[in-house]
Design a protein around this ligand. Structure first.
Ligand SMILES: *Cc1c(COP(=O)(O)O)cnc(C)c1O
Length: 234
């Protein structure tokens, strides 16, 4: 029970911080949605979070997510995939998730489209951009983004909603800010290009350590794990 109160308080604190960050830059707090990142968190604990008001869960691993989603099938929540997605898991991702944040290649998009068509679904996706141009990170390069979007725009069963990024890691949010603003500028540039069948309203950026900065730079989806559920220990 103590843990439950704890979780409730943490969520309340996060919601307040989201609202304050939005208001202090003149944004409507309603335009920012919290994705509670529940990787490695048990279904029971996720249920507590849902009871405390969480409406979107973010998961990184297909198998873990599948088990959790069926254990919580009575809950009216939305599940987002935020992990690295292998093409051979596309089938499961399409069955399980309302929004996939991490589409980053034509090969993966074609497979997602094929699997979505099979179950008569229009799959919502974001395109993951490697905004820091890091060797170790997934995501399409800034340079290749427009070409990818033009190709994905032709796929009938995918609906692109915006961009996602995982910027280089820094302890100080101020050091991450330029990457967040770069993603926003990229989004605006693509909006102006008006690519057929591509919408660009969502910006998925910001985690526990830097979500307020991300909101100041235009985030519409913040992905927060540790600040809600505590440190992940494996
Ligand atoms: C784990 C994870 C998060 C949450 O990170 P925290 O620092 O725990 O808030 C956000 N986004 C992605 C892609 C993640 O894998």
């Amino acid at each position: 029970m103590e843990e439950f109160c704890n979780l409730k308080d943490k969520l309340k604190g996060i919601s307040e911080r989201i609202r304050n960050a939005a208001e202090s830059c003149g944004r409507n707090p309603e335009s920012i949605r919290l994705v509670a990142v529940s990787k490695i968190v048990s279904a029971d604990k996720v249920r507590e979070a849902i009871d405390a008001g969480v409406t979107i869960l973010g998961e990184n691993y297909i198998r873990e997510a599948g088990e959790k989603i069926s254990a919580l099938s009575d809950c009216r929540v939305s599940w987002h995939f935020i992990g690295h997605l292998q093409t051979n898991k596309a089938k499961y991702a399409v069955k399980l998730f309302d929004l996939i944040h991490t589409a980053d290649s034509l090969k993966l998009a074609i497979e997602l489209n094929r699997q979505a068509a099979k179950i008569n679904k229009i799959q919502n996706i974001l395109i993951q951009v490697n905004i820091g141009e890091e060797e170790s990170k997934s995501g399409i390069s800034v340079q290749d983004l427009q070409t990818l979007l033009r190709e994905i725009g032709r796929l009938d069963n995918l609906s692109v909603k915006g961009l996602m990024t995982i910027p280089p890691f820094y302890d100080e949010p101020e050091k991450v800010r330029p990457f967040f603003s770069a993603l926003r500028e990229l989004r605006d540039q693509i909006k102006r290009a008006a690519i057929p069948n591509i919408s660009m309203d969502e910006l998925s950026m910001g985690m526990s350590g830097d979500f307020e900065t991300a909101i100041a730079e235009g985030a519409t989806l913040v992905r927060i794990g540790t600040a809600i559920f505590g440190e992940r220990t494996l």
